[in-house]
Design a binder for this molecule. Structure first.
Ligand code: AMP
Ligand code: GLY
Length: 436
């Protein structure tokens, strides 16, 4: 088959790499791709948000299957447009992508399906939102304020007091910070516990969970500093025991799939559940409508079976016949960021040592904020520049190998967290997780 991957970040590099190993893939394209992806796929200079150009290109190139990486084109209806053009696509239509595109809509769906999640209400008036925040604070729970729409992972403010909540609410509703994504705001009870990401394939009837992963959202060691798009990831997650995994499948993934099916259109793609393991059990923080970034960079190196099997089965409605095989190894992926990130990043710095890192880890360095430089070189072009991933038959070995690989890479202003991996106390544990 000729397969087109839409996107150009680290997640898409991992997807392209995994698909490039499939015996079912004869030809790989990626739009827009990046220099790392270029080594595995033919890149086409089409922006992910140029929906008509993407559909035209896919048709002109006789693409058999499109795999959509990022959320924005899914929320914008790319999968619908491709299906209308008769092209097979892995990714939900705009209706299903509301799971991520509107936090308020996702909350209503969860409430109707009885899915455990934080108490929350949706508002378009600041005074009412602030009053509800005050009520939550008085009840002793902290408050989280979320812009309703897509905000590139930056629409969430965890607030310690009413003043902070009021600022976050008025900022969002004034559209000063998040534009139209903040025209409604969700005020939510703050949950405490360990976070994990569980991604599942969905064909509209069956859900097939992948193993759990963890994402490190804060900029600095010890989960300090501002939120980022993710500074690293690892899989499996030792605290996701078979019992916890079973509860997540039964209480979250199966019910959300059933609720989506009841909406009338098969949800084909990945359902990503961001979960907090609270003392009262797993609760949903958010749903996303696609593979996680950087979770995918730590998950796909562990997938022993062919990624095309579940993807094709999702598009055919035959997922119930598929099983996933995982290597027992752990995988740790560490992101290297550019100076200035998560604010405005410095760009244009030459990157060295990619081959040395790849020789050491045996995996591609997953590129994200990179572009071609002079004479075949690669230079930085964004905040999260790349991720070095490594496998190991114990989590600490995967971690050491990833950091050894990262030590080979350098560019001006490069920085990274030094604590990516299972949290202390779990490093020596078994690499076997409970899902999939
Ligand atoms: P989201 O984009 O909704 O996953 O939120 C981004 C991050 O904010 C999450 O990964 C959590 O760390 C934090 N967060 C979101 N909702 C809550 C909540 N209800 N309680 C505590 N932290 C939260
Ligand atoms: N790693 C968080 C996300 O993909 O949204």
């Amino acid at each position: 088959m000729r397969v087109l991957v839409v996107g150009g970040g680290g997640r898409e590099h991992a997807l392209v790499w995994s698909l490039s190993k499939s015996s079912l893939v004869a030809d790989l394209l990626c739009a827009p791709g990046n220099p790392g992806i270029q080594e595995l796929a033919r890149c086409r200079p089409v922006a992910v948000d140029d929906l008509p150009a993407m559909v035209t290109m896919a048709a002109r190139e006789f693409v058999d299957l499109v795999v959509v990486g990022p959320e924005a084109p899914l929320v914008g209806g790319l999968a619908d447009a491709l299906r209308e053009a008769g092209i097979r696509v892995f990714g939900p239509g705009a209706a299903g992508a509301r799971l991520e595109g509107s936090k308020g809509w996702a909350k209503s769906l969860m409430a109707a399906a009885g899915i455990p999640t934080a108490a929350a209400q949706s508002f378009d008036r600041a005074d009412e939102a602030i009053a509800y925040a005050r009520q939550l604070l008085a009840a002793g729970t902290g408050v989280v304020v979320k812009a309703d729409g897509l905000a590139a992972g930056k629409g969430v403010t965890v607030c310690d007091d009413e003043a902070q909540a009021a600022t976050a609410i008025t900022d969002a509703l004034d559209r000063r910070v998040f534009g139209p994504a903040g025209s409604r705001v969700l005020v939510e009870e703050r949950l405490a516990g360990e976070e994990l990401s569980v991604l599942a394939f969905s064909d509209g009837k069956t859900v097939l969970p992948m193993q759990a992963a963890q994402d490190f959202k804060r900029a600095h060691d010890g989960d300090l500093g501002p939120n980022t798009g993710g500074m690293g990831s690892h899989s499996p997650v030792p605290s996701c025991t078979p019992d916890v995994a079973g509860r997540i499948t039964d209480q979250v993934l199966e019910p959300v799939a059933a609720a989506l099916a009841a909406e009338g259109e098969p949800y084909v793609g990945v359902i990503y559940a961001g979960i907090m393991l609270t003392p009262d059990g797993p609760k949903v923080l958010e749903f996303n409508c696609r593979f996680g970034d950087p979770e995918t960079q730590a998950l796909l190196p562990r997938l022993a079976s062919d990624l095309m099997e579940p993807i094709l089965a999702c598009t055919d409605g035959t997922l119930s016949g598929v099983r996933l095989d995982w290597r027992p190894d752990a995988c740790v992926a560490v992101v290297a960021a550019a100076a200035g990130y998560p604010g405005t990043p410095a760009t244009g710095a030459p990157i060295s040592g990619l081959e040395g890192a790849e020789a050491l880890t045996g995996l591609p360095v997953f590129q994200a904020g990179t572009r071609p430089g002079p004479d075949g070189s690669v230079v930085t072009s964004g905040g999260r520049v790349l991720a070095v991933a490594a496998l190991g038959d114990a989590p600490w070995l995967a971690r050491r190998r990833a950091y050894d690989g990262l030590a080979k890479v350098s560019f001006d202003g490069m920085w990274y967290r030094s604590d990516i991996g299972p949290r202390p106390g779990f490093e020596a544990g078994s690499a076997k997780g409970g899902l999939g």
